[in-house]
Design a protein around this ligand. Structure first.
Ligand SMILES: [Zn+2]
Length: 294
């Protein structure tokens, strides 16, 4: 009896061991691939420095497609990882929602560096993506401008506009589940984050995905990102030597720019210190409150 019990215990341990080995082997495989990529991409695209203090080499230009349009006058250069992520995400949403067109705003300048109206967007890892919109009858509409929403999902300035929970969550899901690029942050306002998570629950998204979304979505400051989601990808493994993951702490508000007035056109998102949820928003200079990149 005891022997049998021990035997079955041994089997369980062995099985667990196999599981762990398999996972380890999988994890161990990745770096090899990365190391190879690192050598070959030495002269290729590089994100150098931090999102709010950096620049970009070998950038790729995002172009419009059947499923992706750009806001007029947008800066559309970024790491290929980000450009392709946006292309794939727009295609995925359009696959589920016929004729859906994702609206993309600024990425980075061709060689990165300071970008007007933004604190970050300097190193090719940031992109502003407009929220999907419905009309008052719940019919999806494609828009050419970013539309701001309050927590109830109503357009702040467009009474007919409604936050399209279904498409917006599908976008978040597509971004987070992409198997080639890693999304580090999704900046959205807390009420819209809550809406998106509620939609995920309604759609019975996997708990791991919901947890991941809850961790990735954050708002560096109150009242920002109510008309778009700011997508930041992680430093690609091959660029770890030059790419700085987190935004640099802001020094004296130097590039925080014009501060007076309610919604000064400065994107402060990337100028944050580590955007950890624990960090009180009040730490930011009050002058920057409620600023937004349009
Ligand atoms: Zn942004």
């Amino acid at each position: 009896m005891l022997y049998r019990r021990l035997l079955s215990l041994a089997v369980v341990v062995a099985l667990l061991g196999v599981g762990v080995d398999a996972a380890e082997a999988k994890a161990a495989k990745k770096p090899t691939k990365v190391a190879a990529a690192s050598k070959s991409s030495r002269k290729g695209p590089r994100s150098i420095g931090a999102p709010n203090a950096g620049h970009l080499e070998g950038a790729m230009l995002l172009k419009g497609s059947r499923t992706l349009k750009q806001k007029e006058g947008s800066h559309s250069w970024a790491l290929p990882e980000l450009v392709r992520l946006l292309q794939r995400a727009s295609a995925k949403v359009a696959k589920k929602h016929k004729s859906s067109v994702m609206l993309v705003g600024d990425l980075s300048g061709r060689t990165g560096g300071f970008l007007e109206r933004h604190g970050s967007h300097q190193s090719g890892r940031d992109a502003d993506v407009g929220f999907f919109v419905m009309n008052s009858k719940g019919k999806p509409v494609n828009v050419r401008h970013f539309v701001a929403f309050d927590g109830s999902g109503k357009g702040r300035e467009l009474p007919w506009a409604m936050f399209d929970d279904a498409r917006n969550w599908d976008l978040i899901e597509a971004l987070l589940q992409d198997d080639k690029a890693t999304v580090r942050y999704l900046f959205v306002t807390p009420p819209l984050k809550a809406r998106l998570l509620a939609q995920a629950t309604r759609k019975h998204a996997r708990p791991e995905l919901i947890a991941r979304a809850a961790a990735a979505m954050m708002s560096p400051q109150e009242d920002v990102h109510d008309d778009h989601v700011h997508v930041r990808i992680a430093c690609p493994e091959s660029m770890r030597d030059v790419c700085i993951e987190e935004a640099m702490p802001r020094v004296g508000g130097g590039d925080a720019g014009p501060a007076k007035g309610a919604r000064a056109a400065v994107d402060t998102d990337g100028a944050e210190e580590k955007p950890s949820e624990a960090k009180p928003a009040a730490e930011a200079p009050p002058s920057d409150g409620a600023n937004e990149a349009k």
